[in-house]
Each structure stands twice: as C-alpha cells, then as structure tokens.
Design a protein around this ligand. Structure first.
Ligand code: NAD
Length: 352
C-alpha cells in the first residue's frame, strides 16, 4: 500500500429527518444565548419562522446571503452581528448561506451551526471563496469550519428537481476529483466511491419524484461525503475549469460543474487507470465519462455551456485562463486537447 497523509476535518454531524428539532439542544451544547439566523432573500420567511421557534436564543435574522460571498454583504452582516450582540451563527441554506457564515466566522470566530439545504458540501470544508471588486479569492482556514452541521432531509424536499440534479452533479465532481487527487488516500477513496454510488442512484429518482424521501436521504448522505472529499484533498482540472468558466462568464455554479465533469474526466482518464477501474465498478459501466454525460441527460440538465450563457469567443479565453496558474492535475495540461475539451463542453457534445 502506498504511504499517505489523512487530514480529517473536525465536525459534529447530526443526520436524519426532522433533525431541525435538535437545533435548540445544539445551541445549548455550544453555550450560545443569542444566535443570528442567516439565509438568502427568498428564504427570509423560513428563517424568521425558525428564529421565532428558538425564542430568546435567537437574536435576529440576516437574510442577505448571495452567491460568491461578496465582502460587501459580509461587512453588512457584521454590522448586524455587532448591533445584535450575536454570539453564534445558524446558517440555513445552500453554499451561499454557508459561505456567509464562514466569512463572518473568519472575522469573528463566532461558532457556526450549519443546516445545508442543497448538495454543495461547503459545510464540510475549511475553504472560503470571497468576491471583492469582481475578483474571487479563495482561502483555506480551520477558523471557517462549522462547529456543528445538522443535515435534515426535510429541508431539502423543496429544492427544485432541476437544482437538485445539478447540485448533486456538483457534489459528484468533488468525489471524482478526490479519487485522483495528489493527496488521495484510502479513507477518502472509500468515502468518494460510497458518495458517487449514493448520488448516482438517487438523482434520477429525485428528477422524477422530487418528494421521494429515501432518494433525498441518499442524496444528502452522498453530498455530505462529497463535502468531506472536497475539504480533505486538493481538486484538479475539473475544478480549475469550473472556477475559470464561472468567474469569466458569470455562469451558474452547479450547472457549470454538471456540464464540464464528463469532459474533464475523459481528459484525465488515460492518466488514472486505477481510478477508472473504481468508477467502472461504482457506475456499473465501461465508460464512466459517458455515464456521467448520460446521467446529466437523465436528470434533465443542460449539457452545453452555450446554453447557460457562455459566449462563443469564450472558448479561447477560457483555454488561456485555465492554463494560467493551473491546479495540480494527474495528466499534463496540453493546450490543444484542453481547448478541444472546452469546445465540446460548449457545444454539448459527448465526452471523448
Ligand atoms: P445557493 O446556496 O446559491 O442556492 C441556490 C438557490 O437555491 C438560492 O436562491 C437558494 O435560496 C435556493 N435554495 C437553496 N436551498 C433550497 C431549498 N432546499 N429549497 C428551495 N430553494 C433552495 O447554491 P449552492 O449551489 O448550494 O451554493 C453555491 C455557492 O456555494 C457558490 O458561491 C459556491 O462557490 C459555494 N461553494 C463553496 C464551497 C466551499 O467549500 N467553500 C463548496 C461548494 C460550493
């Protein structure tokens, strides 16, 4: 067996259905008296109901969380934290809400309880990406790791079928790249394979029956494990491409991941035969990249970057940017094949 380093991130996880009822106990456990409940604007009413149910333990609600964690929003929220003398944060939402909690924790060290409502996985990572003056800067710090994560499948039942599918594919991308990460190790490999299996079986069911609680539980379980993968090992070409494309053309996060993943995997496949063997077993197919492309089709996701707002002249721009400051990748990055990969993803063609 090869030598390895396993870097576990500390987290207390409560998982199940109806686990939101455990929130008061978890607040008590952390010794908090005045938590601030965070949410996105569309989820403000839910956040207010939740804060109301906490009685005196809730200091108030801040429902201004938005994509890519703008520093201006964090500064606004910090004013509210100070005004209300909040001593802890409760984030209910997807990666955007979790990002705001992490950004506040970075600056205040306030304890966080996160209740994820999508499959993005940010709650399991020490990573924070923030945007200032249109530039996204990512850092990693143990200060931003939530103290407690409460996964309540009930909170995910309202996630629209389309967003569930792409959010789940976004999660699968974390696990796929963890399998061939430079820091890959047998513990993370186990979680990655388990996670991909859970999500691949759950997502088509959710696409047809968004209220299927078993499929929702399986997907949330898989997303949790994918978050651990993302937080434990480095990501490679796929994530670099998605960050480049998302940042350059303001493309939607989860949909971009969904479209790019089959192509990035096809590119890396020749360099990672053992990983492809694992994926063939998990996906029960000879062609894992094609299986992920087909899965995107089955869940009704768009498969062309041209359909989600990328301009045609973006292919060369994205190629240049993807090759500048590249992440470590198992296969050397070659300009023409990378350009061809982006062009195929742009057109929605099959991966090869
Ligand atoms: P999101 O949090 O922006 O949510 C998308 C939309 O769905 C929002 O309008 C939200 O209100 C709504 N929504 C969320 N949950 C819902 C539910 N259960 N029912 C109905 N509507 C719901 O999207 P996301 O994909 O979860 O997160 C994306 C963000 O997270 C990006 O900014 C990304 O960079 C970040 N992210 C960070 C990490 C990390 O480790 N730092 C990891 C993954 C994603």
């Amino acid at each position: 067996m090869k030598s390895f380093v396993y870097n576990g991130q500390p987290a207390r996880v409560v998982f199940g259905s109806g686990t939101i009822a455990r929130l008061p106990q978890e607040i008590d456990r952390l010794g908090l008296k005045r938590v601030l409940v965070l949410a996105t604007p569309p989820k403000e009413a839910d956040a207010r109901r939740l804060a109301g149910s906490l009685g005196g333990a809730a200091a108030g609600v801040y429902a201004g969380a938005t994509m890519h964690t703008p520093v201006s929003v964090t500064e606004d929220a910090l004013r509210v934290v100070a005004e209300l003398k909040a001593d802890g944060l409760v984030a209910v939402g997807g990666g955007s809400t979790t990002g705001l909690a992490k950004a506040i924790a970075l600056r205040t060290d306030l304890p966080q309880i996160v209740m994820p409502t999508t499959y993005a996985g940010s709650e399991m990572t020490p990573i924070l990406g923030e945007t200032k003056d249109g530039v996204k800067v990512t850092q990693s710090s143990p200060r931003v790791l939530p103290e407690v994560v409460i996964y309540d499948v009930d909170l995910t039942m309202t996630l629209p079928a389309s967003l569930s599918g792409t959010s789940g594919m976004n999660a699968i991308a974390h696990a796929v790249e963890a399998l061939y990460a430079r820091e890959s190790n047998p513990v993370i490999d186990l979680m990655a394979a388990e996670a991909i299996g859970a999500l691949v079986s759950a997502l088509p069911v959710i696409a047809e029956k968004p209220h299927d609680r078993d499929a929702r539980s399986k997907a949330l379980y898989g997303a949790w494990l994918c978050g651990i993968c993302l937080g434990s090992v480095g990501m490679a070409l796929h994530h670099k491409l998605c960050h480049t494309l998302g940042g350059s053309f303001d493309l939607p996060h989860a949909e971009t991941h969904t479209i790019v993943l089959p192509h990035a995997l096809a590119y890396n496949a020749p360099a990672v035969p053992a990983v492809m063997q694992t994926l063939r077993a998990v996906l029960k197919t000879d062609d894992p990249a094609m299986a992920l492309y087909d899965l995107a089709g089955r869940i009704g996701a768009r498969r062309a970057l041209s359909e989600i707002g990328m301009p045609a002249d973006g292919i060369d721009i994205a190629t240049d940017r993807a090759l500048a400051n590249p992440y470590w990748n198992p296969r050397a990055l070659e300009r023409e094949p990378i350009r061809a990969l982006i062009a195929r993803a742009y057109a929605g063609e099959r991966p090869r």
